[in-house]
Design a binder for this molecule. Structure first.
Ligand SMILES: [Zn+2]
Length: 791
C-alpha cells in the first residue's frame, strides 16, 4: 500500500502555516448592491437605499415566541446586509406607512410559508409555529444571498439595499414533516439548525424555533428501548421465558419473547407509566434491541410464518401496546423499528394508526442511489420501503449518511442523497432521520453533507450539482474550484457496487480508493491551500478538508506499510519514505488544531486508529543493517489485552517487562505479521523465544510458538514443549529455521491442555522477547529444545 515518495513529498510542505481557528462570521465581499440582482420585472426595495420611509416589521397581536424571534432575525440580518435598522412594531400599537407584515395562517401546515409582495408591502404568511420563521429564512437566503453553511460559517453579503421582485408570490412546503440529519453541527446549535429548517428532536429546537414537537418522551427514544422496559437483570433469572428462545435456549442478550402475555402486560404498564410522567411528549419508542436473536419459540415462529416476516411478531406486539395507549392517551404515537431481521413488511398485518414503523437502511450500498445500485440489498430495501409505504401513513426512515467505522475516510455517498430523498418522498415517508457523524466535529465533509441533506429534506427536486457549487463557494471561498476538482475526482472513482458496495461501516482498505488517487488528491488540496491563502477562514476550512486524505494515507502506512522490525543487511531496499514524516507532522498539528475529533463512532475503533498513528510516529524509518534483532513485547500484537493475556512487570525479564498468558485458553493470541518485518528475501533465518514457565501438572503442553503461512494455509514449523522439557526461569527456546515471507506470521500461545486448573502443564507462561537472526551468524547448534540463557 505504500507508494514511493514522488513530487508530492514536497507539496505537503505547503500546508505548514497553521491558521486554523474557529470561525466567526465570514462576510463575503460581493456586488455593492443586491439591486444588481436581476429578478426580471419591477423591483421593490424592502430596506436600505431607496426604501420607503417609515417601513417597519409588523408583528401580529398575541403571537408566538417563534414569530417574535422571526421578526428579530429579519431585522438583524437586514441591518447586517444594508446597515439600516428596521423597527419591529406590534400591530396593536402602531400602523406604519408601509410594512413587512408577519401573518399567521395555518393553511400551509406547520412549516410551509408564502412570501407575497403587495407593493409597497410584503407579507410573510405561515404558521406561528415555524412557517413564518422559515419564510423569513427563505427571504434572506433567496433574495438576500445569505448562506448558513456551518454553525460557525455564515455568509452575509453587503448591499446598499435589499430588493425583492414587485411581483413576488412564492409558496413552499417541505417534502417531509420531520427533517433530521443527525450530524454534530446541527445537533449542537439549535439556531443554526432552524436556519436550515430542520425540526427533528436531536436539533433540540427551543420555543423560539417552534419547540421540540418531535421529541421522544419518557426516556423511550427512537431505538432499542425494549431492554429498558424488560431488563434482563430484573427478569432473566426468575422468568427466562420472557426472553427469546434461540437454538432451543432462552438467552438473556437477545430479544424478548413477544408472544408471552406477561411481557406484553409489563411493557404496556411501563409504557403507560412513562407517558403519565412525560405527558407533553407525543412520541414513545417500543423497539427491538440492537442485536439479532429474535425469538424462535413455537408461538412467535407461528406469527412470523403467517406474516412471512419477523416483523409479524413485532407489529402484533406493538399494535397491542399502542391499542392500550390509545385508550388513555389518544394522539400519542408508538414508534418501532423495522430493522435487520424485522425489516420486511408483514403480510396480513397493518401497523395501527398510532404506530410509526421506522425502516432502517443499514444493509445498503450508498454510492449509488438505492434504486440504481447493483447491490442486491438495495433492491430488497426498496421493496421493503414500498411495502411499508403501502401499510402506513406514518413511515419513518432511518438512513445512514457517513462511514461510522472511519469518520475521516473519503466516503463518496453524496451522489445518492438526492435520488434517495426523492424515493423516500414517493414512498410516502413522513420522517427522515439521516444518521451521520453525530458524536464528533470535523468528520469528512461534515458541513457539506449536513447542509446538502437539509436542502434535500426540504425539497428533493433541487439539483445536487448546483447546491454543491453554492456550498463550496460559501464555505471554501476562493478555493471552491479546487475543492470541487477533488470532489469530482472522488465521486468519479469507478466502483462495481454489486461486488464492492460503499457501506457505512467500512474500513480504510477500500480498494476503490487507490493510493494513486490519494496521492492525486493531495495535489488538489494543495492547490486549494494556495487559492485560499489570504483568506484565513477559507484556509481553515481547506485544511480541515485535507485531513481525510492525510489520515487515510497514514493509517494505511501504519497498518500495512511501515516496517516495525528490522533484520536486513540492506535496509535501503525498503525505501526511505520521506513523505510519512511530513504527513505525520501535518496530521498531528492540524488534528490538534481541530480539537482532536473522534475518528470512529466507537471509542475502541478510535483508540485503535490513534495507536496506529502513534506507533507510526515512533517507528524507525531508516535503521542500520542488522543480522540479528530482539523483538520486545511492544512490537508484538497481543489480541484482547487483559483477557487473553497481559503485559506485566517481571524483574527476571531482559527489559523488566513480559507478556503473561494464563492457562485458561490456548489461543494464538500473540502475533507478529512478517510483512511488518524488514528481512532479506531467500535467506534462512532462525526464530528463538525467551520464555519462563510456571510449571503445573501433567496435562498437555506448556506453550506453543511457530510460524504459519496464511497464503499456503500451512504451518512452517513450531515448538510445543511439555512440562518435562522446560527448565525453570527464563530460557531461550529454539523454534525453527526457515525462509520468511510476507504472507506468514509468527505466533505464540499457551500450550494445549485438556482442562484448566492445577492439572494443566503450566500455571502461566511469560514471553520476554523473540529473537530473529540470519542462521549463519548464530554460534549455537540448532534443533535442541532448550538452550541455556544467553541473556
Ligand atoms: Zn417467543
Amino acid at each position: 500500500m505504500v507508494m514511493p515518495p514522488r513530487t508530492i513529498a514536497t507539496t505537503i510542505g505547503l500546508f505548514s502555516n497553521n491558521m486554523i481557528r474557529r470561525m466567526r462570521v465570514l462576510v463575503a465581499v460581493l456586488a455593492p448592491s443586491l439591486a444588481l440582482m436581476a429578478f426580471g420585472g419591477a423591483d421593490m426595495v424592502l430596506c436600505g437605499e431607496g426604501a420607503p420611509a417609515g417601513r417597519a416589521i409588523v408583528l401580529p397581536r398575541e403571537t408566538s415566541a417563534s414569530v417574535r424571534y422571526a421578526a428579530r432575525e429579519l431585522a438583524s440580518y437586514l441591518e447586517q446586509i444594508t446597515g439600516k435598522r428596521m423597527p419591529v412594531v406590534d400591530e396593536l400599537c402602531s400602523e406604519p406607512p408601509c410594512a413587512i407584515r408577519l401573518v399567521p395562517d395555518e393553511r400551509l401546515g406547520s412549516d410551509g410559508f408564502h412570501l407575497l409582495a403587495e407593493p409597497p408591502n410584503l407579507k410573510i404568511i405561515g404558521s406561528a409555529k415555524r412557517g413564518i420563521l422559515y419564510g423569513v429564512y427563505e427571504l434572506l437566503e433567496t433574495y438576500g444571498g445569505v448562506g448558513w453553511y456551518a454553525a460557525d460559517c455564515t455568509v452575509i453579503p453587503k448591499a446598499k439595499s435589499f430588493v425583492v421582485p414587485a411581483t413576488l408570490d412564492h409558496t413552499e412546503r417541505p417534502a417531509f414533516a420531520v427533517r433530521e440529519p443527525a450530524w454534530y453541527g446541527v445537533q449542537h446549535d439549535a439556531d443554526f439548525a432552524a436556519r436550515l429548517r430542520l425540526n427533528g428532536e436531536s436539533m433540540r429546537p427551543e420555543a423560539r424555533h417552534g419547540g421540540n414537537e418531535f421529541r421522544f418522551g419518557g426516556g423511550l427514544s427512537n431505538s432499542h428501548t425494549l431492554p429498558l422496559l424488560v431488563p434482563a437483570d430484573e427478569f432473566f433469572e426468575t422468568h427466562p421465558e420472557y426472553f427469546a428462545e434461540v437454538g432451543g435456549q432462552r438467552i438473556r442478550d437477545g430479544q424478548l419473547c413477544l408472544s408471552n402475555p406477561d411481557v406484553l402486560r409489563i411493557v404496556t404498564e411501563r409504557v403507560l407509566d412513562r407517558i403519565r410522567r412525560d405527558p407533553e411528549a407525543t412520541y414513545f419508542g417500543v423497539s427491538q434491541r440492537d442485536t439479532l436473536g429474535y425469538c424462535e419459540c413455537s408461538e412467535c415462529a407461528a406469527v412470523d410464518a403467517a406474516a412471512d416476516s419477523h416483523a409479524g411478531s413485532v407489529i402484533k406486539f406493538v399494535n397491542a401496546v399502542a391499542e392500550a395507549v390509545e385508550k388513555e392517551f389518544p394522539g400519542k404515537i408508538i414508534e418501532t423499528l423495522a430493522y435487520q431481521y424485522s425489516r420486511k413488511p408483514p403480510k396480513g398485518l397493518h401497523p395501527r394508526a398510532n404506530v410509526m414503523p421506522c425502516l432502517c437502511s443499514i444493509e445498503c450500498d450508498f454510492k449509488e442511489p438505492l434504486v440504481r445500485s447493483g447491490y442486491p440489498e438495495n433492491a430488497a430495501f426498496v421493496n421493503d420501503l414500498k411495502g411499508w409505504g403501502a401499510l402506513t401513513d406514518r413511515l419513518y426512515v432511518w438512513d445512514y449518511t457517513t462511514d461510522f467505522r472511519q469518520y475521516q475516510l473519503p466516503f463518496p455517498n453524496i451522489g445518492s442523497m438526492q435520488p434517495n430523498m426523492r424515493l423516500f418522498r414517493e414512498a410516502g415517508v413522513t420522517t427522515v432521520f439521516s444518521e451521520g457523524a453525530y458524536n464528533t466535529t470535523h468528520s469528512e465533509f461534515e458541513e457539506l453533507k449536513t447542509w446538502l441533506l437539509s436542502k434535500l429534506m426540504w425539497n428533493p427536486e433541487q439539483e445536487t450539482d448546483a447546491l454543491i457549487d453554492r456550498f463550496l463557494a460559501g464555505y471554501y471561498g476562493p478555493a471552491a474550484a479546487q475543492v470541487r476538482r477533488y470532489y469530482d475526482a472522488l465521486t468519479a472513482l469507478p466502483r462495481d457496487t454489486a461486488k464492492n458496495p460503499l457501506k457505512s461501516f467500512q474500513d480504510i482498505d477500500d480498494p476503490v480508493l487507490t493510493d494513486e488517487f490519494l496521492e492525486q488528491s493531495l495535489g488538489f488540496w494543495n492547490e486549494a491551500v494556495s487559492a485560499a491563502k489570504g483568506n484565513a477562514d477559507a484556509l481553515a476550512h481547506v485544511k480541515a478538508g485535507v485531513l481525510p486524505v492525510v489520515y487515510t494515507m497514514l493509517l494505511r502506512r501504519g497498518r500495512h506499510g511501515v516496517k516495525h522490525v528490522w533484520v536486513s543487511r540492506h535496509p535501503e531496499r525498503f525505501g526511505s519514505d520521506r513523505l510519512t514524516p511530513k504527513l505525520l507532522a501535518f496530521f498531528e498539528k492540524e488534528y490538534a488544531a481541530l480539537g482532536s475529533p473522534r475518528l470512529s463512532e466507537l471509542d475502541r475503533h478510535h483508540q485503535e486508529s490513534m495507536a496506529v498513528i502513534r506507533e507510526l510516529s515512533t517507528a524507525q524509518i531508516n535503521p542500520i543493517p542488522a543480522d540479528r534483532v530482539l523483538i520486545e513485547e511492544t512490537a508484538l500484537d497481543l489480541s484482547r489485552p487483559g483477557v487473553n493475556g497481559s503485559l506485566v512487570d517481571d524483574p527476571q525479564a531482559g527489559n523488566g517487562r513480559a507478556i503473561r498468558l494464563g492457562n485458561d485458553h490456548h489461543l494464538w493470541c500473540v502475533v507478529l505479521k512478517l510483512w511488518r518485518v524488514a528481512y532479506d528475501p531467500d535467506v534462512t533465518y532462525r526464530l528463538r523465544a525467551r520464555v519462563r514457565v510456571e510449571k503445573g501438572g501433567e496435562d498437555g503442553k506448556v506453550f506453543g510458538c511457530g510460524v504459519y503461512d496464511e497464503a499456503a494455509e500451512a504451518s512452517c514449523g513450531s515448538l510445543e514443549p511439555t512440562r518435562d522439557q522446560v527448565g525453570d526461569g527464563y530460557r531461550w527456546y529454539d523454534i525453527l529455521e526457515w525462509k520468511p515471507k510476507d504472507s506468514q506470521y509468527i505466533w505464540f500461545a499457551p500450550g494445549w491442555f485438556a482442562g484448566s486448573g492445577p492439572s494443566s502443564a503450566h500455571q502461566g507462561v511469560f514471553l520476554d522477547c523473540l529473537e530473529l537472526s540470519r542462521s549463519e551468524v548464530l554460534n549455537v547448534p540448532t534443533g535442541g529444545i532448550v538452550i541455556e540463557s544467553t541473556h
